[in-house]
Design a protein around this ligand. Structure first.
Ligand SMILES: C[S@@+](CC[C@H](N)C(=O)[O-])C[C@H]1O[C@@H](n2cnc3c(N)ncnc32)[C@H](O)[C@@H]1O
Length: 241
């Protein structure tokens, strides 16, 4: 683990007890549900899922409603501790998503929500995902996409860190946002097929009122007609076989 990983890990250990108040309450729950429903639609249900950067286990809890088994991996022991108490059906481990401690062809499905932007070696994560998926297995990743609205976020987060603001995700972590073609290349080079990339979610949790309410009303229209304005990229693909 390098210094960048240690910094992310320290941050998520520090915010583990307030994480769910951001993504599992009120507006955060609506924002998160839209992302997780989109990911769920793409994955085979009732199978064995690996969730990378699983945090407090929110997505594993959603996946578990359809039965099956799930394994979660995260850099932060604090987040893993929360995940273990949330999801009795899951197996959890502390580790780096770029080097997976699992055997080849162990999982039917692989997900990663809101964690990919932290990776220093995204190619390694995608290659490892390919290795641990069974032939025919599906991967789905949600991560902030590159657009005008997200271009200012790293500066904002760095400022927040300088001001010592304790807030989930607030810090200078050298986060990286991707374009459709960059995500496509990563999957393609690793050997995946049936690659699908689209944008989702316009009503971002950080928007202030009344902008949030308006954004939520027009979200489906924006996703369809002006996808470039949506914040997240949803990328999925299949391992041949
Ligand atoms: C914004 S949280 C998302 C958590 C969870 N996926 C969810 O949807 O609620 C980002 C998570 O990614 C984890 N993370 C960041 N880099 C990682 C890495 N290289 N390997 C494993 N986990 C990582 C962090 O520790 C944190 O728990």
């Amino acid at each position: 683990m390098n210094a960048a990983h240690s910094k992310v890990r320290r941050h998520y250990d520090e915010v583990a007890d307030i994480y769910d108040s951001r993504y599992d309450r009120n507006r955060g729950r609506l924002y998160y549900s839209r992302l997780s429903e989109n990911v769920l639609e793409l994955l085979p249900k009732g199978k064995h899922l690996l969730d990378l950067g699983c945090g407090t286990g929110l997505f594993i809890q959603h996946y578990g409603k359809y039965g099956g088994a799930a394994t979660g991996l995260d850099l932060s022991p604090g987040m893993i501790h929360k995940a273990r108490s949330r999801c009795r059906m899951g197996q959890f481990a502390v580790g780096n998503a770029e080097i997976l401690p699992f055997r080849d062809e162990s999982f039917d499905a692989l997900s990663s929500l809101l964690a990919f932007s932290y990776l220093k070696e995204p190619e390694s994560m995608i290659k490892e995902a390919y290795r641990v998926l069974k032939p025919g297995g599906v991967i789905a990743v949600v991560t902030l996409g590159k657009n005008l609205l997200t271009s200012g976020l790293p500066a904002l987060y760095a400022m927040g860190e300088a001001m010592n603001i304790r807030h989930v995700g607030m810090g200078d972590f050298g986060e990286r946002y991707y374009s459709e073609s960059e995500m496509n290349d990563l999957f393609f080079k690793a050997g995946f097929t049936d690659i699908l990339i689209r944008r989702c979610s316009f009503a971002h949790i950080n928007l202030i009122d009344p902008l949030y309410g308006i954004a939520r009303k027009i979200e489906p229209f924006v996703e369809e007609r002006f996808p470039y304005l949506a914040y997240n990229l949803l990328a999925s693909a299949r391992k041949p076989g």
